[in-house]
Design a protein around this ligand. Structure first.
Ligand SMILES: [Zn+2]
Length: 244
């Protein structure tokens, strides 16, 4: 569904000032992947620990992204603009042609963190953006040489990762539920697997609600709501009671 990687290769191979770009980009990617996987959204994480130069790094990332099954390619970076400054500079998202996704992402990060919204920027010459074959964005979370940016980033790390995951999940058609998806564990793995598979099927979940409302087993308000996994199982139980 989603393939995501931190920019550059070894620690120190990206921008560095108050923060090291590679260290932070890896942290953000790891957390975003965790959130997506908690919601059972298929995610591929790529991290380059083999390259020794910028060009081999870009080749590696592009090849790995293109070799994965996904609907969107995402690269996470941090920006730098020279000397250390006290004021905020902000967040921006670069894109090849996914302008809407880039615009939404930049605004979401800005809204949740207070980082200035520098918005979506078209950068068709960047290898990651033009050589990956799915819609691609490159997130520049904030500037490592801005004291204000680094403060906001550190303060809002969790909510920044959360909104990145949310925007991506919505983009691939699997919006994160309001209740974090509980790990559903039944007494056999076969049953757990079966239920998990069903819960990933958003069409089926929608059909349960439509059917339930039709049968007057469920209140119509359920059609408007974002439904968590446990709610889904509960609604199925109610529906079944009305069938028997
Ligand atoms: Zn970078």
């Amino acid at each position: 569904m989603i393939t995501i990687s931190p920019g550059h290769w070894r620690v120190g191979s990206g921008a560095s000032d108050l923060l090291d770009e590679v260290v932070e980009a890896r942290k953000v990617v790891n957390r975003v992947v965790e959130i997506l996987e908690d919601h059972r959204i298929l995610t591929t994480k790529i991290e380059d620990n083999v390259s020794k130069s910028p060009s081999s790094n870009l080749n590696y990332l592009v090849q790995q992204h293109n070799g994965s099954k996904r609907k969107v390619d995402v690269s996470v970076h941090f920006n730098a603009s020279g000397n250390r400054v006290p004021y905020g500079i902000g967040t921006e998202v670069l894109y090849y042609d996914a302008v809407l996704l880039a615009t939404t992402m930049s605004k979401a990060i800005s809204d949740t963190s207070g980082l200035k919204n520098r918005g979506a920027k078209k950068r068709q010459e960047l290898a990651f953006l033009h050589r990956t074959t799915m819609p691609a964005i490159l997130i520049e979370v904030c500037f490592v040489n801005s004291i204000e940016d680094v403060k906001l980033y550190e303060m809002h790390f969790e909510s920044i990762c959360r909104v990145i995951a949310e925007v991506l999940a919505t983009y691939v058609g699997q919006p994160l539920t309001t209740i974090p998806a509980e790990k559903v564990a039944f007494s056999t793995t076969a049953l757990t697997d079966k239920i998990n598979l069903l819960l990933q099927d958003t069409n089926w979940r929608q059909q349960v609600i439509t059917k339930g409302v039709e049968m007057n087993a469920l209140m119509p308000v359920w059609e408007e709501r974002q439904i968590g996994d446990i709610d889904s199982l509960g609604l199925c139980t109610i529906l079944t009671k009305n069938l028997i």
